[in-house]
Design a protein around this ligand. Structure first.
Ligand SMILES: *Cc1c(COP(=O)(O)O)cnc(C)c1O
Length: 372
């Protein structure tokens, strides 16, 4: 259509984000029995959702004829207490994707650039491209962020540096001291977005004290989400913590009701259910051990991960990786191919319940048996 040809080239060239395949789609495509299918493709919480959050959300259904509280008063107050920041430092979003986009929309435009690591979360290059900015992908080191190289890649046009910690899909973690040094050396005119979507899955010893850094670095923005350990991916709530001036800018351009009313109460209840988060953490640790042991026994190489997922390498060429992905699908196991992450030889599996992990390992064993 002629009209669409008038859209900016940067938009027309976008390859849309490829989400993990939904169970319903696989059931439709392969005619599999729904209950035989497991999805380990989107880093969702295998325990589901906090029962307290479910109860709060169910009750809130009675009120959905009303608009949500556009200021997110209660949730922001709870977050403020939980994280020891002021309410004016918080920006709520429709998932943390939303807050990442708000920050990008403020600073990225044609002529500007964003720096991120090779193999980093796919949303960063997508945001840069959608806004007509230049994306600079810095070669990774052992699949992780090379912070020194990233610092050196910054140009006078660079407005944002994205750091995912831990990173998805590699599961790699930057050392907290290295991050601090990075912040000390970077120009205060460049925004550093520290995406900590998997922070709740980190052992205490590995957590950076990043929120305390906000007092010192006005160019730091931290994003967190309720989609992972809190088990609320479907209801879309995330948030950013930043300097009040930056938070104010972001709040000015967000949609007035960007977080829905069910999400607001669900997140509030989930935040208070510390027992559920603890259980999710413990299950993930055990599952990670189960899967890494299993992969080792199968002779499959993997990238040690700090998240609730792990990426492993399939022998042979990239076609073989896709074949393996397909064979797993046929056995009712959905994982994630990583071609778009510049990792055509890897697949990523989310840590599931013990039985799901076992099913995955068994299915992978079958594939390896038949393909060798
Ligand atoms: C899953 C994920 C997010 C969270 O996205 P939401 O929009 O909050 O669901 C953010 N960053 C990374 C690196 C992720 O893997």
């Amino acid at each position: 259509m002629k009209l669409c040809e008038l859209a900016p080239e940067c938009i027309r060239a976008i390859h849309p984000y490829q989400p993990g395949k939904p169970i319903s789609e696989l059931v439709r495509e392969l005619g599999l029995e729904k209950y035989g299918v497991i999805k380990l493709a989107s880093n969702e919480n295998p325990l589901g959702t906090s029962p307290l959050a479910i109860e709060a959300m169910t009750n809130a259904l009675q009120e959905i004829a009303r608009y949500p509280d556009g200021s997110g008063f209660e949730l922001k107050n709870a977050l403020s207490k939980h994280y020891g920041v002021n309410v004016d430092q918080i920006v709520l979003g429709n998932g943390s994707n939303d807050v990442l986009e708000l920050a990008a929309r403020i600073f990225l435009k044609p002529g500007a650039s964003a720096v991120y690591s090779q193999h980093a979360f796919a949303i960063y290059p997508l945001l840069a491209q959608a806004l007509g900015a230049h994306g600079i992908a810095v070669p990774a080191r052992l699949y992780g962020h090379d912070l020194v190289a990233m610092l050196n890649a910054i140009t006078p046009e660079t407005r944002i540096v994205f750091i995912a910690n831990p990173n998805n899909p590699t599961g790699t973690l930057c050392d907290a001291d290295d991050l601090l040094r990075f912040l000390e050396r970077i120009s205060p005119d460049v925004l550093v977005i520290l995406d900590e979507a998997y922070d709740e899955y980190l052992p205490e010893a590995n957590k950076a004290n990043s929120i305390s850094w906000l007092r010192k670095f006005s160019n730091l923005l931290i994003t967190r989400t309720f989609s992972k350990a809190y088990g609320l991916a479907g209801i879309r709530v995330g948030f950013a913590l930043a300097h009040p001036d930056l938070a104010d800018l972001m709040n000015r351009i967000r949609q007035p009701f960007n977080v829905n009313s069910i999400g607001l109460v669900g997140a509030l209840a989930a935040l208070q259910d510390t027992e559920f988060v603890k259980r999710s953490y413990t299950l993930n640790r055990a599952g990670m051990l189960q899967i890494t042991n299993g992969l080792r026994q199968l002779g499959v190489e993997y990238i040690p991960s700090y998240g609730n997922f792990i990426s492993f390498r399939v022998r042979g060429d990239a076609t073989n990786t896709i074949k393996t992905y397909q064979s797993l699908l046929e056995q009712g196991v959905i994982v994630r191919p990583l071609g778009v992450y510049d990792m055509p030889h890897h697949l990523r599996v989310t840590i599931g319940l013990e039985s799901e992990n076992e099913k995955f390992l068994h299915a992978l064993e079958q594939v390896l048996k038949t393909s060798l």
